[in-house]
Write a protein that binds this ligand. Structure first.
Ligand SMILES: Nc1ncnc2c1ncn2[C@@H]1O[C@H](COP(=O)(O)OP(=O)(O)OP(=O)(O)O)[C@@H](O)[C@H]1O
Length: 283
């Protein structure tokens, strides 16, 4: 008989975690997270309170909640752009204390440099590190082709539609081969049809490039279509009110949105907001 070795896992988990049994420590571990801001007038804003969330590698987590409930703050803390006031916020069992090389961030606006071509925008971080190798340029070109932008590499941002610009910003985020993709309402400014097309693109990227994604949106159907789980937040102070498993099979398509189970989950989330007497801009 072969004895199984059980490795003790230190840090926030404290206890022994037998990985042989299939339980794996989460990639991201958030426990008792609090964030307070001090405003210029001296008031304290409790942006986040008592946030607990574990995220496994390759999971797709959607986050919905009314304006001001702390979604962006949570994402900025995960990105290492903002410090927590207290609590545990770990990636790979290490406290996040600053920006990480393995995290890519996509914001609502594409924020491309207008004087650079599409290709140069995607290569920006590589160029800042003086990396002009053929391999790096090749990866940028492959990513652009992957996102359907092969023929636009030498165009400038103003020559692209909003959806194309956002695809360039996703290429830019993927360029460093991040394991984690943090997305803050990336499709909020797009028209409905482009947004649906982008949802399909993102699901393809997620399944083929094996990323862990945390995706903020104001749209409940978008959250349910994309997510393995939907984190529902409530404001003042921002906290997690419910985490919903999206037990809808994959691959998902736009037709998935017409299935009864999809509708039930969306209704359940709307009811949470209804019970809180809250609305968001486009629920
Ligand atoms: N730098 C800051 N200084 C003071 N207060 C802040 C700061 N950043 C955010 N806040 C406050 O923290 C709370 C949460 O803001 P946050 O931007 O995270 O909300 P949100 O859920 O992303 O909102 P929206 O959906 O409108 O983007 C708000 O009350 C906001 O005013």
């Amino acid at each position: 008989m072969i004895a199984l070795k059980v490795k003790p896992v230190s840090g926030a988990y404290g206890a022994l975690v037998p990985n042989a049994g299939g339980s794996k420590p989460p990639m991201i571990h958030i426990a008792g997270l609090e964030k307070r801001f001090r405003t210029r007038s001296g008031e304290t804003v409790n942006a986040l309170t008592n946030v607990d969330l574990d995220i496994q590698e390759n999971e797709f987590i959607s986050v919905v909640g009314p304006s001001g409930c702390g979604k962006t703050t949570l994402l900025r803390i995960l990105a290492g752009l903002e410090g927590a006031s207290s609590g545990v916020i770990q990636c790979d069992q290490t406290q996040i204390t600053g920006p990480r090389i393995d995290v890519g961030v996509v914001f609502q606006q594409a924020t491309l440099l207008p004087w650079n071509t599409v290709l140069a925008n995607v290569l920006l971080s590589a160029h800042l590190k003086r990396d002009r190798s053929e391999a790096t340029v090749g990866r940028a070109e492959r990513l652009l082709a992957f996102m359907g932008l092969k023929d636009f590499a030498q165009k400038y941002p103003f020559e692209l539609s909003g959806g194309m610009q956002q695809r360039v910003s996703i290429c830019r985020a993927l360029m460093r081969e991040p394991r984690i993709l943090l997305m803050d309402e990336p499709f909020g400014a797009l028209d409905a049809m482009t947004r649906e097309a982008m949802n399909m693109e993102l699901m393809r990227v997620w399944s083929e490039e094996k990323k862990t994604v945390i995706f903020i949106t104001h749209s409940i159907p978008e959250a349910v279509l994309l997510g393995d789980r939907v984190v529902v937040m409530s404001p003042r102070p921002g906290r997690i009110s419910e985490i919903i498993d999206v037990d809808v099979g994959r691959p998902r398509t736009l037709q998935t949105m017409a299935t009864p189970r999809f509708g039930e989950i969306c209704d359940h989330i709307r009811n949470i907001f209804g019970a809180q007497s809250l609305t968001t801009t486009s629920l």
